[in-house]
Design a protein around this ligand. Structure first.
Ligand SMILES: [Ca+2]
Length: 508
């Protein structure tokens, strides 16, 4: 048996060859999900209702023209599109909570500048749970979930299920429920989340008194049982900061005992970054956490805010994450405006951020449709339908998709899989403080894999002239464009086109 690093390096080379040859070898080189570290995953987040409708029979009260309505997507539809995601290079899926949702919607109004009429905001997103012990039939059945997980695993794709412990939907029978000793399940009053994040009602949602063992056990048992029956590989933990450390300690203990030592836990701690997630990693409550800093930092840098060296220092600071724990970094989410919209629709600048995401430490998260330049900027349109173009898939049939963007993503993801330096390598800033272009090196000590990343945010070409990192050879090639780049006399000199990125690797 080869040492692990050698196997990884060989897999990387095979994957690279597979990528250059158009793909099939990459699939063979991908290790089985259970053997793969979460640090090596590319995670794809799907709002199930907005992705693909595989079962029109469960489309209860579907209103596709309502931006806040149910649109009919379901687990069967997602299962039917797994090859699309595998082809993109996705290795893990994150799906929204699936439990039974509150029956009726809430009146809602988009920001005035969007000019949308008042609409009914339904629970299509899955975060308004009415019963933790049932799956919502609009998403499908437990058998559908099991089929999705099995089909994903057959393709080497892991599945993370989103779970909510902190609150119920606005409307549920929990509002009337009392414990054996007569105590109400739901906290009265709304509290102030700025003063006490645990004893408050997030977004006015009914706050479960999870400090009471009977109530805590109800939600824990429901989610753990669903995970055990379906075979999902981990949980994405909603509203992490609104539950106390004692809850998460118990949660870790029980998920490990009942779902296995490798069951992955990803915390949604609002505002999380390498520094403020560390206490949770230090206590080993979770394996990973969302890095909320990546999106805004990249959006700011590509739009000319701050010096490039400061952005480079920020990227380096992300490497302070505690060894063995993972930052999950994203460009867009269902809770924030989408990156392409924040960049005014500038796809070249967006591609810079996509490339830097795939060239950075952590677990990149792709918000569904981002890879085909899905439109929709702010809520509620940041949760609109997956674009399927001419393909016969609802609800996003006929919605335009950018196949060139998808090819770019596919290439970047292929390079990330092929290069351990991009996934787990160290970070060395190569630039000088006055340099306009970003220049850094990633090197994986175990495999020796080495990549230099150069990026120009400006609308003019920029000449890069930086000292090559130690061990860098005289000849390199651009992994994105394929051309040779001479790097003699210990310098890397490259003319970067406007708003462009290069990923250089030593020429073999
Ligand atoms: Ca359906």
């Amino acid at each position: 048996m080869q040492p692990r690093w050698q196997r990884l390096a060989v897999a990387g080379l095979l994957a690279a060859a597979g990528w250059l040859a158009a793909g099939p070898v990459l699939a063979q080189a991908t290790p089985a999900p259970a053997q793969r570290s979460w640090a090596d995953e590319v995670l794809y987040f799907v709002l199930v209702d907005r992705f693909a409708d595989g079962d029109p029979a469960n489309n209860t009260r579907v209103q596709r023209r309502n931006p806040g309505g149910w649109h009919g997507g379901d687990l069967k539809g997602l299962t039917q599109q797994l090859d699309e995601l595998k082809d993109l290079g996705v290795t893990a899926l994150w799906i929204n909570p699936l439990q039974l949702q509150q029956r009726t919607g809430m009146p809602a109004q988009a920001p005035a500048k969007m000019g949308l009429p008042e609409f009914t905001h339904e629970a299509f997103h899955g975060y308004w749970i009415a019963d933790f012990e049932q799956i919502d039939p609009r998403f499908g059945t437990e058998a559908d979930l099991k089929a999705l997980v099995d089909a994903a695993h057959a393709r080497g794709i892991k599945v993370l299920l989103d779970v909510v412990y902190n609150h119920t939907g606005y409307l549920s029978t929990y509002a009337d429920r009392r414990t054996a000793t007569g105590e109400k399940w739901i906290r009265s009053g709304e509290g102030n989340c700025e003063v006490d994040a645990v004893l408050c009602a997030v977004g006015g949602l009914p706050d479960l008194k999870t400090e009471i063992p009977e109530i805590r056990d109800h939600v824990l048992a429901a989610n753990i049982a669903l995970a055990r029956r379906s075979g999902v590989d981990g949980f994405r933990l909603d509203t992490y900061k609104h539950l106390p450390p004692e809850f998460w300690a118990e949660h870790r203990k029980r998920t490990r005992a009942e779902l296995g030592a490798g069951f992955h836990l990803l915390a949604e701690y609002w505002g999380g970054d390498a520094a403020n997630l560390d206490p949770f990693f230090a206590r080993d409550e979770v394996d990973s956490g969302f890095d909320f800093s990546f999106k805004g930092s990249c959006e700011g840098w590509v739009q000319g805010r701050g010096r490039s060296v400061a952005y480079g220092a920020y990227l380096r600071s992300r490497h302070q994450v505690r060894p063995g724990y993972v930052l999950a970094h994203y460009l867009s989410s269902h809770d924030e405006p989408m990156a392409l919209g924040n960049l005014g629709g500038d796809k070249e600048r967006f591609k810079l951020c996509a490339a830097l995401q795939m060239a950075s430490l952590g677990m990149p998260v792709i918000y569904y449709g981002e890879e085909v330049a899905r439109g929709g900027h702010e809520w509620p349109l940041n949760r609109n339908d997956m674009p399927w173009g001419a393909r016969d898939v609802q609800p996003g049939q006929g919605v335009q998709r950018d196949e060139a963007m998808r090819s770019f993503y596919k290439q970047l993801i292929g390079l990330r899989h092929a290069h351990p330096a991009l996934r787990r390598g160290g970070f060395q800033l190569l630039m000088q403080p006055q340099d306009a272009a970003l220049a850094f090196a990633r090197r994986d000590a175990a495999s020796g894999d080495h990549v230099v990343v150069l990026a120009n945010r400006d609308a003019q070409p920029v000449q890069v002239d930086v000292a090559a990192p130690a061990g860098w050879p005289a000849a390199a090639r651009d992994l994105l464009g394929g051309e040779a780049v001479a790097t003699p006399d210990g310098r890397i000199r490259v003319l970067l086109a406007p708003k462009s990125v290069r990923l250089l690797a030593p020429n073999p």
